[in-house]
Design a protein around this ligand. Structure first.
Ligand code: B12
Length: 345
């Protein structure tokens, strides 16, 4: 069986395999399933299968192993039993062996081998906090105190006193804060409510920056910015849209979760010169590649820029998407777009 056929089957049957793996786990480790245990494990397996499919497509088994270790850490931080987690991996491998012979696919076998090794390795120590400016630290502290007024005051004062410029806010302060909040959630130190709160305040900060943008000139270049169906993260792309707006582009920001055909339709309708697509998780790369293909056919004038954490950790992952360029930071995106159009001053 060819590996692309295998991933197609996996994708089409992921829901079924998720249910079978949850049933197998219930048989093998009945204590593993609490009150809503079957549904919770089915959701867990669905997410894990998406990461597995992305690892198979890109032939990067170590990314699946990293994802499994990440899930284990998140569960353990909430009192989950590591032995159950290991049984859960066995259950998934068993189901796939039954339904999708693994022997012929060395990448699939390697995914499980590395995942098992990752599970037996000791839990990773908290990574050292990245260097952050005093403003970024003060902003995070205010968020953790759920003090929106203080958080916004910190940002307003820094902008007013020119202690921070918009690019630093977009590239450093706000991403640092979102990632710190994510790390604390991952380690079980804060809940989803704190994350949701931080995301809302970060949106307001972006609004503060947008209020400083001059209206775009009528003939200015047009960009469409979005993340795609299945990707609920919109702060990264919002920062990118804000950078374009501050750089004078006519910016059409669509938020998160946009269906591919809608992105193509609006790019065609508006005759957009650039489409900027963001992705956060490994499984967001496949929809981005599909969108690039659809844009080439349906809106061929648009140049496509990609970015986001889905492309981190490898120099060339973005090239496989077929896009024209990768921008690593929001304020880099307008420069990168202008250079693609040959209009860089
Ligand atoms: C907020 C958040 C959410 C919110 C999103 C709300 C919203 N409206 O955006 C919600 C609750 C919906 C959410 C859901 C999930 N999340 Co989430 N989320 C986060 C969190 C805390 C912040 C995300 C964020 O705003 N980042 C800030 C942006 C600015 O940073 P960035 O993405 O790295 O982007 C930088 C660059 O890449 C670039 N960039 C970004 N996009 C683009 C686009 C273009 C075009 C360009 C040029 C550049 C660019 O700009 C940024 C600055 O340099 C992160 C933590 C983190 N480390 O980011 C987790 C995180 C991304 N989430 C994670 C997970 C696992 C999930 C869920 C699967 C959880 C679950 N079990 O349901 C779901 C998946 C939902 C989905 N279908 O996509 C994990 C991913 C781990 C992994 N790699 O597998 C993270 C890392 C949390 C963690 N610490 O473990 N999440």
């Amino acid at each position: 069986m060819g590996s692309s056929v295998r991933t197609a089957i996996l994708r089409a049957s992921a829901d079924g395999y998720a249910g079978l793996a949850a049933s197998r786990l219930a048989e093998q480790a009945p204590g593993a399933l609490g009150s809503d245990g079957f549904e919770a494990w089915r959701r867990h397996y669905r997410a894990q299968l998406q990461a597995l499919i992305a690892a198979l497509e890109d032939e990067l088994p170590e990314r699946y192993a990293a994802h499994v270790a990440w899930l284990r850490d998140a569960q353990q931080a909430r009192g989950g039993d590591p032995a159950v987690f290991s049984a859960a991996l066995d259950a998934l491998e068993f189901v796939l062996e039954q339904h999708l012979p693994a022997a012929a696919d060395p990448v699939l076998s390697r995914c499980f081998e590395l995942a098992r090794a990752a599970l037996t390795a000791p839990r990773a120590a908290a990574p050292p906090a990245p260097a952050a400016s005093p403003l970024a630290r003060a902003y995070v502290e205010a968020l953790l105190d759920c003090d929106k007024e203080r958080a916004l005051r910190e940002v307003d004062a820094a902008l007013a006193e020119s202690r921070v410029d918009p690019a630093a806010l977009l590239d450093e302060v706000l991403p640092y804060a979102q990632r710190e909040i994510g790390e604390l959630w991952h380690r079980g130190s804060i809940g989803v409510a704190e994350e949701h709160f931080a995301t809302q305040v970060t949106r307001q900060c972006i609004g503060r920056l947008l209020a400083r943008a001059q209206p775009a000139a009528p003939g200015a270049a047009r960009v469409v910015v979005t993340s795609l169906q299945g990707d609920g993260h919109d702060i990264g792309v919002q920062l990118v849209a804000c950078a374009f707006e501050l750089a004078g582009w006519r910016t059409v920001f669509l938020g998160a979760n946009t269906p591919i055909e809608e992105v193509v339709a609006i790019a065609r309708k508006l005759d957009a010169q650039v489409v900027a697509l963001g992705g956060t998780l490994d499984e967001h790369r496949a929809p981005i590649a599909a969108a690039v293909r659809a844009l080439r056919a349906g809106a061929p004038r648009a140049r496509v820029i990609v970015g986001g954490a889905a492309f981190d950790g490898s120099e060339d992952l973005w090239r496989r998407s077929g896009a024209d360029a990768l921008a690593r930071a929001p304020s880099e995106a307008p420069r990168c777009a202008a250079s693609l159009l040959g209009t860089l001053a």
